[in-house]
Design a protein. Structure first.
Length: 403
């Protein structure tokens, strides 16, 4: 039985969402053959909201070179600005964005083998600050509650990449980094990849990433101590080693692409792709911390029973200041690649909703989402008519109803 068939008969029961969705709008035009858009920052941090304004970043090659772009929609505007290039002159990839207040946003990206960050209001660009010394990329950004900015990224450390983090002081158009340090003090024994960063209202700083030191990919996390160091990493995803060995699938199940969001005063919400169900591909799992990332509760499956037999991809998570949490991803349970949405309720997760305007004919994938101060939902994603077809970036607004 398909979820779309169920929705046709029970639209007000299982699939009643706490948002009323407006028609989607285009941030880019449909590209020509050979031009592609990507919304794929580490931690899915490709959209940011503050004070009613929205910023979306992506990478495309419409001028023949992969570059990073940003579009803004101020609070009182009905449409987004024309795309603005935020990277420099070389090939660049995987931009991420964080709201800095007063209509300004910080953007991080990979370019010329290095990790960079700068601040913009959509008109002016600050000078670029290089975060890394060795080959680096996969930048994740989060604003702190005291006007500061935090960044995490991967950087070469001998044979492997490791995750590093730093606080960045922002004074007008001047950016300065207060040093950087690895989030795991041990010398890396294998790759550390795709970090996600979250900073709570209490200024707890939490970093999670993909880690391969055990011979299969796990999600590890750590938090910053008061002296600026980071605690020893702990595992976020639960595994069943006996099940993996019995099926001849190596040392353990895989997990990847973790995304974090700050929740309330000192909470952290996490979502990631998890392959503990070996036969159906990756699922979406989530976990919550109420103590600033010092510990997380039990892993929770986010997709409903109708999605259990299908692989889920590109999970993104958003949390609001009043306890609302939403997760989006793409899967093809209805015969097309659609954006699906679930929200936390009653200690678990809602029935999954095929997002209106981001489902149906064509291919919808790679969502990024954010919740604003009023609980409104903002979603960006990539759309194309079919595999190999030209792409565009789209945006959807969900106005909050009663919680």
């Amino acid at each position: 039985m398909r979820a779309g068939w169920l929705a046709a008969f029970f639209p007000l029961a299982a699939l009643a969402a706490p948002w009323e969705f407006s028609p989607p709008v285009d941030l880019t035009t449909v590209s020509t053959k050979g031009v592609f858009h990507h919304v794929e920052s580490a931690g899915r941090k490709s959209i940011a909201v503050a004070e009613g304004g929205v910023a979306v970043v992506w990478e495309d090659n419409h001028d023949g070179v992969s570059r990073c772009y940003l579009a803004l929609k101020p609070a009182k505007a009905s449409r987004f600005s024309a795309p603005m290039r935020v990277s420099r002159t070389h090939e660049s990839f995987e931009p991420s964005v964080a709201a800095m207040g007063k209509g300004r946003y910080a953007v991080g990206w990979e370019e010329d083998g290095a990790a960079w960050v700068r601040v913009t209001d959509g008109v002016r660009l600050s000078p670029s600050l290089r975060l890394s010394r060795e080959e680096a990329g996969q930048v994740s950004l989060a604003r702190g509650p005291k006007e500061g900015l935090y960044a995490a990224w991967t950087e070469g450390a001998g044979r492997f990449r490791q995750v590093r983090a730093a606080r960045i002081a922002v004074e007008g158009d001047h950016l300065g980094m207060d040093g950087s340090r690895p989030v795991d003090a041990a010398i890396p024994q294998d790759e550390q990849l795709y970090p996600s960063l979250a900073v709570t209202a209490e200024e707890s700083v939490v970093v999670a990433w993909e880690d391969r030191r055990e011979g299969h990919t796990r999600i590890l996390y750590t938090y910053r101590n008061k002296d600026g160091s980071f605690a020893n990493p702990a595992a976020l995803n639960e595994i069943q080693r006996g099940q993996a060995a019995a099926l001849g699938l190596g040392r353990g199940s895989g997990a990847m692409r973790v995304a974090l969001a700050a929740e309330g005063e000192d909470g952290i919400a996490a979502a990631w792709s998890d392959k503990r169900d070996f036969l159906s591909g990756y699922d979406v799992y989530a976990a919550f911390s109420s103590d600033g990332g010092r510990s997380f509760g039990k892993n929770q499956p986010v997709q409903d029973s109708f999605g259990d037999s299908f692989a889920q991809w590109h999970p993104a998570i958003a949390a609001g200041p009043h306890g609302r949490v939403a997760v989006a991803w793409d899967d093809d349970r209805d015969g097309t690649s659609d954006i699906w949405l679930a929200w936390a309720e009653g200690g678990g997760w809602s029935e999954n909703l095929a997002l209106p305007g981001a489902s149906g004919e064509g291919v919808q994938s790679d969502p990024a989402l954010a919740l604003d101060e009023d609980g409104n939902l903002h979603v960006a994603w990539v759309e194309k008519a079919g595999d190999g077809a030209p792409t565009r970036v789209r945006y959807l607004f969900g106005r909050s109803g009663k919680k």
